[in-house]
Design a protein around this ligand. Structure first.
Ligand SMILES: Nc1ncnc2c1ncn2[C@@H]1O[C@H](COP(=O)(O)OP(=O)(O)OP(=O)(O)O)[C@@H](O)[C@H]1O
Length: 224
């Protein structure tokens, strides 16, 4: 679903940040992306959903070259990719349930209340459905963000440090949800520098670990 062939990227005005990356994210796969702070993990995710375009190489998303996509093509691609940002943002004047349903509203699709309830229950947010975003905790924000990321039934879920700043128990809950999504057939890519999280996941799911080192992307060995 995501195919990179010699992809490079640099932010305008600075040198190359990521260089010569070749990777294939297959349907149903589970990947971690790790690397030091500032190495380009978030940037890599942004390339995957065409928020950034490569400066070199070829990047196909769902069999389409991202550099040839027009506005509609990019919108269609984004509907197939659910993103959980490092610091999820919500509309603070809308209750959690409405924030979770927002991608449907934006896509002009009707909200199926039963499905919304089931989704909130899956992320254990039923009791907070009417809460306003400023009233919920960090772990609850991450769970609401995950529900929002999957409400359009994407094929690929990208999660950027979804357990950053969370305690171990909450991190495991989030990881379990991502593993469940993968078991239901979705591809998952988690950017994290938490090696304990990766070790815990490896007991639950067959995951590959990608590492950004010295601008390039490597497949990490079993030495974690
Ligand atoms: N919009 C931008 N314009 C210019 N430089 C940027 C921009 N966004 C990020 N960078 C720079 O690119 C580098 C990689 O940033 P990125 O956020 O991708 O790293 P990261 O590995 O996700 O970091 P962290 O683990 O700290 O979240 C950093 O040096 C950052 O300052």
């Amino acid at each position: 679903m995501i195919e990179m062939q010699g992809v490079s990227f640099g932010y305008h005005g600075s040198g190359e940040l990521l260089s010569d990356m070749t990777i294939s994210l297959q349907p149903g796969s589970f990947h971690f992306l790790t690397g030091p702070s500032g190495s380009g993990k978030t940037t890599f995710l942004r390339l995957c959903y065409a928020e950034l375009l490569p400066s070199g190489g070829r990047l196909n998303a769902f069999d389409q070259d991202v550099t040839t996509l027009g506005r509609d093509g990019i919108a269609a691609l984004r509907r197939r990719v659910g993103v959980v940002h490092q610091d999820p943002q919500f509309l603070d004047h809308l209750p959690v349930a409405e924030n979770v349903a927002l991608p449907l509203t934006v896509a002009g699709q009707p909200i199926d209340m039963e499905e919304l309830k089931a989704l909130l229950s899956w992320v254990q947010m039923t009791g907070h459905a009417r809460a306003m975003p400023p009233e919920i905790s960090g772990g609850e924000r991450q769970r609401a963000a995950l529900a929002r990321a999957v409400i359009l039934s994407p094929d690929l879920i990208l999660a950027d440090e979804p357990t950053g700043n969370l305690d171990w128990e909450m991190s495991m809950r989030i990881l379990q949800l991502l593993v469940e999504l993968n078991r239901s057939g979705k591809s998952v890519l988690i950017a994290t520098h938490d090696l304990n999280l990766i070790r815990a996941a490896k007991a639950m799911v067959s995951a590959r670990v990608l590492r950004i080192a010295g601008k390039s992307l490597q497949l990490a060995g079993a030495d974690l």
